[in-house]
Design a protein around this ligand. Structure first.
Ligand code: CDP
Length: 790
């Protein structure tokens, strides 16, 4: 049993702060969800991709003959065929690089897409793909970014600059930080690697492209977290006018950032449908998902922290080498090549800081997606939370005390960080103290001391992370030039029910419920009767989609603001009906009343009916509004997580005995949904900490091509989660909400690793890179030079 997230401590609310059951669940539970694979169109063909077995090779020849001879095969497309339509390459997210759709000239990573076979069935397409005869001339691969640095093998000969170095990025004060660290009483330096991992949603990516020659419209049923952005990209790349493109993102079986990029399979299927004039479908296999679609992380971070001998931090420096794979396809806003990595000072008041990053090409799949993460916030949080743990060890100080000593204080908000963010709100001391109390920290430390005397390895790990989410303010944030606002359109029907459409796209986060709750709260309507629709570019207002926990901070705000626009109009109608001056009508207790006269009151439902049957003279009939919300700042959710582990010194097995997550995401819309988000994210964080890594061998072979090699935890491995909350509302968000979806994935890996390192502290082990597999832990115990008696 876990403790539940407490509702926001506000006066009794109408719809928000309540654990309303998810409106979408009856549909999903009864098997009535409509996922991409459920869509079939008359005359539909299937597409299957041919992949390179080599990580780096020249393509000598592609022979389609045998594949084309298979009955049912309609076409085989290669990079050269696409080049004839100017589609051999597509721009990557930032617009700083481009990416091959189907390989032309050479392949740059194992499993790279080389050809597409279009056939009457999926099976025929797959079988014929194996008959496409590609002759390769293998080249030496570059499999890690440190090898890439020396430029002995240039991977991207298509680029003007003959180097594997993609970019250098830095922020902060280098000299001042170096000097402060050098002058510190104590300092730590550690290379901390956040391994390459993969979001691996249960439903892989796919497309059903339907070019209708009669209407000239291209309909794309697409596993898309950002349908409008995808429509614009398709239009820009193909020249097809945007009104002739219709993107429908149906129910999604998870996304986690994996369904943000444009993948070759999408482009080949759409091109095939345009050329052939029939619908073409492609659904990737699990292996295609793990080997070719957007990976996450792969940051190699050198973390240095200086401190005084009493534990006050003086400076932070983080220098990162990033492995971007074959193309710079990282999904980051244009002005942020390293995402929001600048949040790396975390929850601590560093007088000065500096961070720099160099990104390199390697012979690996491209990506760098924001896997349940606000653009590299996860890597940054891991770096600082591991760094603070190492510092506590060096200072021989309790890690909770070190944190409490260095936290940004609540009276310092809005807090300008040394790396350029202005944190909106928080009370880090309150949240950590609550966590320490709830878990019984002092007793656990006593228990640990007793166990250590007996030679048992017990560890307690803390992570007190801060995130920057809600991208973002248009003055800083855009993707390919499109500003990162979001939108909502609400239409209240005459009988007081409504339809709400937003530019976001749920992948399991429960938007159909929480969006209705926000509008219902603002309008005094029944959330059960507010239908939420997302994912259809013909109907939804333009928005940038759902990833990076941006939905609540941006679209959630747009929903509140659209509702308030409706309320203002409703006030005029109420004044007309109540025969009062508009200024004398007030919104009290979810009704309009003449000031001080509760018996002269009208519900929104009554007003809605009047809007269509008896509108105020000289006013526009109807009751609807659209709002495009450009946030003034990001929101800064945070949390205090504590893991308690026991390590078996004989086998290296780690048992997560307890895990407490206290999250602060400001005003909570639906406590049950927030709790579900946290359970899911903690499970992913657990998997990353202990099980998951996309590994390439020295020849560039991907060793994790399916779920027997890339492990996903089941209920048997997953620990029991304890959750709770504190609430410091965002001062600039209309309802005070901050994002939460990614917090547990961001915050938990450091808590797990810190706990295991704490357990191994008596053996002198300070750091092991994730994943902390039994073998790695067992080796560390075996190799330890510690003094612990057996
Ligand atoms: O962008 P994404 O939907 O992935 O993340 P989010 O904005 O953090 O929201 C995840 C889910 O939690 C949504 O259904 C939100 O409405 C809900 N949530 C909430 O109930 N209260 C909050 N303060 C934040 C999110």
């Amino acid at each position: 049993m876990s403790t539940t997230i407490e509702p926001t401590p506000t006066p009794e609310r109408h719809a928000m702060g309540k654990s309303m059951k998810r409106k979408e669940d009856p549909r999903f539970i009864r098997g009535h969800g409509r996922y991409l694979d459920d869509f079939t169109l008359p005359g539909m063909l299937w597409m299957s991709l041919v992949h390179s077995p080599y990580p780096h090779a020249r393509i000598v020849k592609i022979d389609k003959t045998a594949a084309l001879a298979v009955p049912g095969v309609v076409a085989v497309l290669t990079g050269e065929d696409l080049a004839a339509h100017n589609l051999a390459w597509i721009p990557t997210f930032h617009g700083y690089d481009k990416q091959m759709v189907l390989a032309v000239g050479k392949v740059l990573y194992q499993y790279q897409e080389v050809a597409g076979v279009i056939a009457s069935s999926r099976e025929i397409a797959q079988d014929a793909a194996e008959l496409v005869d590609v002759e390769y001339e293998p080249l030496d691969p570059v499999v890690n970014p440190f090898q890439s640095r020396d430029d002995k093998i240039i991977l991207r000969d298509d680029r003007e600059n003959k180097t594997n170095h993609i970019y250098h990025w830095e922020v902060g004060k280098r000299e001042e930080t170096d000097a402060a660290i050098a002058a510190s009483d104590v300092s730590i330096k550690e290379r901390i690697v956040f391994q390459r991992c993969h979001p691996a949603p249960l439903e892989p990516c796919g497309i059903l492209a339907d070019m209708n020659p009669a209407t000239g419209r291209l309909t794309l049923y697409l596993t898309s977290q950002a349908p409008h952005a995808h429509r614009t990209v398709v239009s820009l790349v193909t020249g097809i006018p945007e009104d002739k493109i219709h993107v429908i993102s149906p129910d999604l079986g998870g996304g986690f950032g994996n369904k943000v990029p444009v993948y070759p399979g999408y482009v080949v299927s759409a091109a095939a449908s345009v050329v052939l004039g029939v619908p073409v479908k492609w659904i990737e296999t699990r292996t295609e998902n793990l080997t070719t679609t957007g990976f996450a992380r792969d940051y190699h971070m050198d973390v240095e922290i200086g401190a005084s001998k009493d534990g006050r931090v003086t400076a932070l420096k983080v220098a990162t080498v990033a492995d971007h794979g074959a193309f710079d396809a990282a999904a980051d806003p244009t002005k942020y090549p390293a995402g929001l990595f600048g949040i790396v000072t975390g929850s601590y008041d560093f007088p000065t800081a500096f961070t720099e990053l160099d990104a390199y090409f390697t012979n690996k799949a491209p990506g760098g997606v924001a896997y349940r993460c606000s653009f590299r916030v996860t890597e940054a949080s891991f770096a600082i939370e591991r760094g603070m743990e190492l510092l506590a060890r060096k200072l021989n100080m309790d890690p909770s005390e070190l944190r409490l000593l260095n936290f940004v204080k609540k009276e310092q908000f809005p807090y300008p960080s040394p790396l350029g963010f202005v944190y909106d709100s928080g009370d880090y001391h309150m949240t950590l103290r609550k966590a320490l109390d709830m878990i019984g920290y002092e007793d656990l430390r006593k228990e640990q001391a007793q166990k250590r005397e007996r030679g048992e390895l017990m560890g307690i790990g803390i992570s007190t992370f801060t995130e920057a989410v809600g991208a973002g303010p248009s003055k800083h944030f855009d993707i390919m030039g499109i500003k990162m606002f979001d939108s909502a359109e609400i239409r209240v029907h005459p009988t007081g029910s409504a339809i709400l459409r937003a530019g976001t796209k749920s992948q399991g986060q429960g938007h159909e419920t929480t969006w209705a709750q926000i509008a219902a709260e603002e309008l005094g309507l029944d959330p059960q009767n507010i239908m939420v629709e997302e994912g259809d570019t013909d109907t939804a207002p333009y928005g940038l989609g759902t990833y990076a926990s941006r939905s609540t901070p941006v679209a959630g705000a747009a929903i509140a603001m659209a509702s308030r626009k409706i309320r203002e109009k409703a006030r005029k109608i109420a004044a007309h009906l109540l025969e009062a001056a508009v200024d004398d009508v007030e919104w009290t207790n979810y009704k309009f009343q003449v000031k001080g006269q509760p018996d002269h009151a009208l519900t929104m439902q009554e007003i809605a009916f009047a809007a269509y049957t008896n509108p105020a003279p000289d006013s526009e009939p109807g009751l609807e509004a659209t709002y495009y919300y450009d946030p003034p700042n990001l929101t800064f959710p945070y949390g205090a997580y504590i893991a308690v582990v026991d390590v078996d010194r004989e086998t290296g097995a780690v048992k997560v005995r307890r895990f407490l997550a206290i999250d602060d995401c400001g005003t909570v819309i639906n406590p049950m949904i927030v709790e579900g988000q946290i359970h899911g994210g903690l499970t992913e964080g657990f998997a990353i900490a202990f099980m998951q890594e996309i590994v390439y061998d020295e020849s560039g072979n991907n060793l994790n091509t399916n779920f027997t090699e890339y492990l996903v935890p089941t209920s048997l491995e997953t620990p029991h989660w304890e959750t709770s909350s504190t609430c410091t509302p965002s001062p600039h968000h209309p309802i005070g909400a901050k994002g939460v979806g990614e917090s547990p994935n961001v915050g938990s890996p450091a808590a797990f690793v810190n706990a295991v390192m704490d357990a191994l502290a008596p053996l002198g082990v300070t750091h092991i890179d994730m994943p902390l597999t039994r073998e790695k832990v067992w080796r560390a115990v075996r190799d330890a030079k510690g003094t612990l008696s057996a």
